[in-house]
Design a protein around this ligand. Sequence first.
Ligand SMILES: NC(=O)C1=CN([C@@H]2O[C@H](COP(=O)(O)OP(=O)(O)OC[C@H]3O[C@@H](n4cnc5c(N)ncnc54)[C@H](O)[C@@H]3O)[C@@H](O)[C@H]2O)C=CC1
Ligand SMILES: O=C(O)C1=N[C@H](C(=O)O)C[C@H](O)C1
Length: 240
Amino acid sequence: MNILLLGYGKMGKIIGEIAESRGHSIAGKINIENKSDLDLLDPSQIDVAIEFSQPEAAFENISWAINHGVPIVVGTTGWLDKKKEVEALTLEKEGSFFYASNFSVGVNIFFKVNELLSKLMNETKGYEVSIEEIHHTAKKDAPSGTAITLAEGIIKNLSEKDSWNLAGETNSQENSVEITSKRIDPAPGTHIIRYKSEIDDIEISHTAHSRQGFALGAVLVAEWIPSKKGVLSMDDFLSF
Ligand SMILES: NC(=O)C1=CN([C@@H]2O[C@H](COP(=O)(O)OP(=O)(O)OC[C@H]3O[C@@H](n4cnc5c(N)ncnc54)[C@H](O)[C@@H]3O)[C@@H](O)[C@H]2O)C=CC1
Ligand SMILES: O=C(O)C1=N[C@H](C(=O)O)C[C@H](O)C1
């Protein structure tokens, strides 16, 4: 396949290496400095775009791909206020748009464990839930996209919670899941869910040892997406 990399930073570089090692070609490597090169590309020669850039850039890149009929796999976090707009554009243009806050298989298993635990905790009184995420200091958004997905999984199942907030924010309320974001180098991504009570604590965590799992997941989805249409997610891709 011919793969366009929208964003060629830490993630884009690893994704490019994995894609080439699996026999794919790189149609272009777009960064902030050369983003006008997008206009020089022939979209009909691109099988799929993989977007790992930064929060302010994602919407424009995604719109470019959908408007040019290029299926797009998006890993950038921190732009979700525009997701509904992207979904509407995807349906209007009959395009293919895939977003995941986290492409690693391990984290997607962790998402399921989080949902199961929150269902069990909904039947149990006396525990207060919270989320902690730890990432490298170059990360631009907080909380992480993964922490938001975890909070959404809890809110879906725990009847006493209907929102989330960042620790220290003034909108903190009893019905809100508190998320603490820590920035410590070189952490590629750690997420911890805690249920605390006077009697005991229950804790589950996922720790990425490198960016390899995120990058491989994005390439595997890119190989899968060209024959698919619509607004897609890890639930469509994974069989569990
Ligand atoms: N969903 C997932 O599994 C994962 C998501 N991420 C997310 O991916 C994004 C990128 O992460 P990193 O590679 O670590 O960041 P990075 O800062 O190393 O790279 C971002 C790159 O985007 C480029 N960029 C800026 N504006 C652009 C534009 N208009 N068009 C194209 N490229 C542009 C920058 O030049 C930079 O090279 C972040 O939002 C991060 O949270 C990171 C790891 C896993
Ligand atoms: O910025 C990162 O590095 C990561 N971002 C994603 C997120 O915001 O959840 C995924 C992963 O944790 C690494």
